[in-house]
Design a protein around this ligand. Structure first.
Ligand code: ADP
Ligand code: MG
Length: 188
């Protein structure tokens, strides 16, 4: 399931007027220095604010700089890790994934993650900590991740490792998808 980038969304395509507050932060990330420092990027904000677009654009930056990149939704990562665990090859899978300079986890928070799967996801985060970068996107603030992962302690330990060396960007405003359609916002 985890594969190459799903679309060709670039930083050049991004309309900064819609997200002026994060422009400086993204410009700094565009150098790609976060990858060699094994830093993470967390993109938070409501639907349609450009999280997947920016995650993809930073993935393209990484690929251009010669890093190997994998992109999948949180749900797909969980499926992949669960399969590896069932087959008794989780350590090998985590070791293999460590060879990727960037792993993108899109859409943390749209679908709940079972407690067992949350433990596997925690192991993915741990295995990359201070070794290789993660980009995560979520519609939910960190304070709600305990509910997503069904375990407050695991979520807290995971967030602790993710944000220790990370840039956290909070995107704001109305959905870019609904622009000019006379729709202000969707129910959250
Ligand atoms: P999210 O992942 O936050 O729900 P997306 O990144 O998928 O939102 O954005 C929804 C659509 O709107 C995509 O087609 C994306 O390319 C476009 N989009 C969002 N924000 C911007 C922006 N600031 N400039 C240009 N296109 C944008
Ligand atoms: Mg998205």
């Amino acid at each position: 399931k985890a594969a190459a980038l799903p679309t060709r969304k670039t930083l050049e395509d991004f309309d900064w007027d819609a997200q002026p507050a994060t422009r400086q932060q993204i410009a700094a990330l565009a150098s790609g220095a976060f990858l060699t420092e094994a830093r993470n990027v967390v993109l938070l904000g409501p639907p349609g604010t450009g999280k997947t677009h920016l995650a993809t654009a930073l993935g393209i930056v990484a690929a251009r700089a010669g890093h190997r990149v994998l992109f999948a939704t949180a749900t797909d990562w969980v499926t992949r890790l669960t399969d590896a665990h069932r087959q008794g090859r989780l350590p090998q899978e985590l070791a293999r994934l460590r060879r990727y300079g960037l792993i993108i986890v899109d859409e943390v928070g749209y679908l709940p993650i079972e407690q067992d799967a949350a433990n596997l996801f925690f192991q993915l985060v741990s295995s990359r900590y201070e070794h290789a970068s993660l980009i995560l996107t979520s519609n939910l603030p960190f304070s709600s991740w305990g509910n997503v992962f069904g375990d407050q302690a695991v979520a807290a330990a995971m967030i602790d490792r993710i944000v220790h060396h990370a840039d956290v960007l909070t995107l704001k405003g109305a959905s870019y998808r609904l622009r000019g359609r006379g729709i202000d916002s969707l129910p959250s």
